[in-house]
Design a protein around this ligand. Structure first.
Ligand SMILES: [Fe+2]
Ligand SMILES: [Fe+2]
Length: 450
């Protein structure tokens, strides 16, 4: 943690950020969500094709990714067969004469598969071969509004910003945080488990979560904000140690990114990697996942921005960590024991700078840690999942791995600027609660257990 850097940041770019506009705080905090585009972008010269009474406006439409976000986008919604005649996704970098005549240069036909326990279907259309750092317009068939998205840049020459959080649910606080998240104009949002709390059983809750995301996670200009998920216990009927079939709604929506296991890495060109992990819900923490994790981290040891994302925290702020063996008493497993045994040594060894954690329903920033001990060259653990759920955290004087905790609904805004990363915790009113900083960990300065 470089405090001079943090002060410098606070004095410069955060000063602008902390103004009401950038964070959407204060005066307009009760304003409604951004609305989806009902007219063409103002740069388009002619009469709108998209109108407010567009016949087909799926309330569950959202974007996600299955592979490189610099050149692809996955458009997804839940609906019923036959509700619109043409479900193809038409896409273009502009809406001009050709598009108004119905001639769009790109078309993707969705794959259609069942949404569990219902007659609904999941419609999934992946657009590939896109240009990086480019705005695209798309519509579904001939009668939906025209939406827009932006591909990620090929290189991180300008600031990369994204939101992360977890433990959302579908209450008013989760919605308030959706609205604040969208106001930050993030390039995408990482939702680190416990999305709607459907528990693998409630169709209604699973749909309510997606509807809320679809309605509110819209950036200024009507840009849809893609969602990158990571599995939590409340996606799963039974929570832990279950087969994929016990997380039916999660995998119905996200088996494009997680086709075989509960974990995968999403690489953004060669400048950002999100290593999305499964804390024992549908994949064992040790064994194959730990071996896979080592290979993933080893292959990216010199990459500048490798973020690990997991639901259950290695260094909790609320739950108990368990005990180590002493005086003849055996060790007792606690929250995060599996992570600390199988994953943290790899984070230490392969220079992972930041781990995003959730599940404990608090705001937390740890000290940078190596093997659980404060170390200036250590791994920063940020959490702990309070998008829409709250608990009373432990305080740093009780748990030495903690630097800051609070009981607040919050999200983290991450800004990658050159060699530096800033991690800004925002409350549900958009106010800055905390600013953390992480530089690239330096190779060779940390002795870790082999
Ligand atoms: Fe949770
Ligand atoms: Fe959880």
């Amino acid at each position: 943690m470089s405090y001079p850097s943090r002060r410098a940041f606070l004095a410069s770019s955060l000063a602008a950020l902390a103004g009401a506009r950038a964070l959407g705080a204060d005066a307009d905090s009760k304003a409604g969500p951004a609305t989806k585009p009902s007219t063409l972008p103002s740069t388009q010269p002619t009469a709108p094709l998209a109108v407010e009474d567009a016949a087909f406006q799926p309330s569950t439409l959202f974007l996600t990714w299955q592979r490189d976000p610099t050149t692809t986008m996955t458009v997804q919604w839940i609906g019923v067969t036959g509700e619109t005649a043409d479900t193809r996704v038409y896409c273009s970098t502009a809406v001009g004469v050709s598009e108004r005549l119905g001639l769009w240069p790109m078309t993707a036909t969705p794959k259609i598969k069942p949404y569990p326990m219902t007659d609904f279907k999941v419609f999934r259309a992946e657009l590939t071969g896109l240009q990086p750092d480019t705005t695209y317009y798309f519509r579904i068939g001939k009668s939906s509004p025209i939406y827009n998205f932006r591909t990620m840049p090929a290189r991180a020459t300008n600031t990369i910003s994204f939101i992360s959080g977890g433990d959302c649910g579908v209450n008013s606080h989760a919605i308030a945080n959706n609205i604040q998240a969208a106001r930050q104009d993030p390039m995408f949002a990482v939702v680190g488990g416990d999305l709607g709390y459907d528990n693998g059983k409630s169709v209604d809750i699973s749909l309510a979560f997606i509807r809320n995301y679809s309605k509110h996670m819209i950036a200024p200009g009507g840009r849809l904000i893609p969602m990158i998920p990571c599995i939590g216990n409340h996606e799963v009927d039974g929570g832990y140690g279950k087969k994929r079939e016990k997380a039916p709604f999660y995998y119905a929506l996200f088996d494009g990114l997680f086709p075989d296991t509960g974990y995968n890495t999403l690489d953004f060109g060669d400048y950002l990697s999100l290593v999305l992990l499964d804390t024992g819900h549908t994949s064992e923490i040790g064994g194959e996942q730990a071996s896979w994790l080592e290979n993933q981290l080893k292959a990216r040891v010199d990459h500048p921005n490798v973020f690990a994302v997991n639901h259950v925290p290695a260094y909790p702020s609320y739950r108990k960590m368990g005990t180590t063996a002493e005086k003849g008493a055996p060790a007792k497993a606690g929250t995060g024991s599996g992570n600390r045994q199988h994953w943290c040594p790899l984070f230490d060894k392969y220079r992972v700078p930041v781990v995003l954690e959730h599940h404990d329903h608090t705001f937390k920033r740890t000290k940078p840690l190596i093997d659980g001990m404060a170390n200036d060259n250590g791994v920063l653990y940020l959490g702990d999942g309070s998008w829409g759920r709250l608990r009373n955290p432990n305080t740093p004087d009780k748990l030495t791995h903690l630097a800051v905790t609070s009981r607040d609904y919050h999200l983290s805004l991450h800004r990658i600027q050159g060699q530096e990363r800033f991690h800004i915790a925002l409350d549900e009113n958009g106010r800055v609660m905390d600013v953390g900083h992480s530089g690239q960990r330096t190779k060779g300065l940390v002795q870790v257990k082999e």
